[in-house]
Design a binder for this molecule. Structure first.
Ligand code: PEP
Ligand code: MN
Length: 375
């Protein structure tokens, strides 16, 4: 997959001097007092670079509080004027974009439910044409990297270059400790496809639970994400939305103080040399692993041919069980987790089956192609 985005660095649109970069504020603007008081406490911490607040809330079920609406823009204006904090709101329609821009909101973000819908994203993108405003795009609710990329492309194609991605996790039917599964691999994949795209982690919506926010924030920073968006409320116990995941501004400082900041690049030459040596060992082993996997596949092809010649089915469940049991016991003795070993074996096995199916059906596929060309 190719991804070409024209992006300006994060420093060009938000003060990044504070480490880590934190965007904080209530899930929802509820009352003028709640928003402005929270903003003051956040500004006093000197750890927050922008104030977030939802005023149009995408609620899963009707009848829940759906946001205070446009009046909240006035409260945000006041909060900004009194604290100096730039403001950020979620926009989900062209009208939201127009109203937010008119009210001088500094940063817009596209919510997870909107990212999942290309019509909505395109409507937002069209409303942004000719405007120079930073936009952050949350991952879609479903674990689909293409939808996330598609939304970033649509916004970027509209001329928005102050762009960032927000990783807020993915819904899943399975019960877990998280409200939204982080599925870190998807965020890492996006980072490798677009290394210059700033990525901000949203531990509040990932965890759904304030006690896990520190843990997820640390993990995000260790994966070299550029910042955190954390929901903070003057009194989370009475919050109208997402009460369980919001933290007071004081608790936010506690969380930030406990984070360890590590550097992505190594400056010390001794550390650099040691790292280079260990990496060259890894490189050699990776080459060997690939070579051995290729050899394994060649043998699979031979087995495929043999099974074909002798009219034997590709899949023999007993054989697969035997492989799985033997290898996981061996791997366990070598201190590899059973979960990892099973995943690895399943990957090898499915590729093996694919190769054998190819060998098995080669003639049929050839005949079908012949029929088509001679039809
Ligand atoms: C939010 O940030 O308040 C929000 C609604 O988030 P998400 O789109 O990630 O669910
Ligand atoms: Mn929320």
């Amino acid at each position: 997959m190719k991804l070409e985005l024209n992006i300006q660095p994060l420093e060009s649109w938000i003060k990044t001097g504070k480490e880590p970069l934190v965007i904080a504020g209530p899930c929802s603007a509820e009352t003028e007092d709640q928003l402005v008081a929270t903003a003051h406490l956040l500004a006093q911490t000197c750890r927050v670079s922008a104030l977030r607040a939802g005023i149009w809330k995408p609620r899963t079920r009707p009848g829940e509080f759906e946001g205070i609406g446009s009046i909240g823009l006035e409260w945000l204006k006041r909060a900004k004027a009194e604290t100096g904090l730039p403001t950020a709101v979620e926009v989900a329609t062209a009208k939201h974009v127009e109203e937010a821009l008119k009210a001088g909101v500094d940063i817009l973000w596209v919510g997870a439910r909107s990212t999942a819908n290309p019509f909505t994203v395109q409507e937002i993108a069209d409303a942004l044409k000719g405007v120079d405003v930073p936009v952050m795009v949350k991952n879609p609710v479903n674990p689909d990297l293409s939808l996330w990329i598609g939304a970033l492309e649509r916004i970027n194609n509209a001329g928005i270059t102050k762009l960032a991605a927000i990783h807020r996790g993915f819904s899943s039917y399975e019960k877990s400790a998280f409200r939204n599964e982080p599925m870190w691999d998807i965020a890492i994949h996006l980072k490798t496809l677009a290394p210059h795209l700033p990525m901000i982690n949203d531990p509040s919506h990932i965890t759904g639970n304030r006690s896990l926010i520190g843990y997820v924030s640390q993990k995000a920073l260790d994966l070299d994400m550029q910042g955190l968006m954390i929901e903070s409320h003057i009194d989370p116990s009475v919050a109208w939305t997402d009460a369980a995941q919001q933290v007071t501004p004081a608790a936010l400082v506690e969380i930030i103080d406990h984070l360890t900041l590590r550097k992505p690049e190594v400056r010390d030459t001794e550390v650099k040399d040691k790292l280079a040596e260990l990496r060259s060992q890894i490189d050699k082993i990776d080459d060997l692993v690939i070579q051995k996997v290729a050899e394994r596949m060649q043998i699979s092809e031979k087995i495929g041919q043999y099974k074909k010649d002798n009219g034997i089915t590709i899949l023999q469940v007993n054989r697969w069980d035997e492989i799985l049991n033997k290898r996981t016991t061996y791997a366990k003795a070598l201190k590899l987790s059973a979960e990892f070993t099973e995943k690895l074996l399943e990957l090898l096995h499915s590729e093996s089956i694919r190769k054998q199916t190819e060998v098995m059906n080669k003639d049929q596929a050839g005949q079908a192609a012949d029929k088509l060309t001679h039809a």
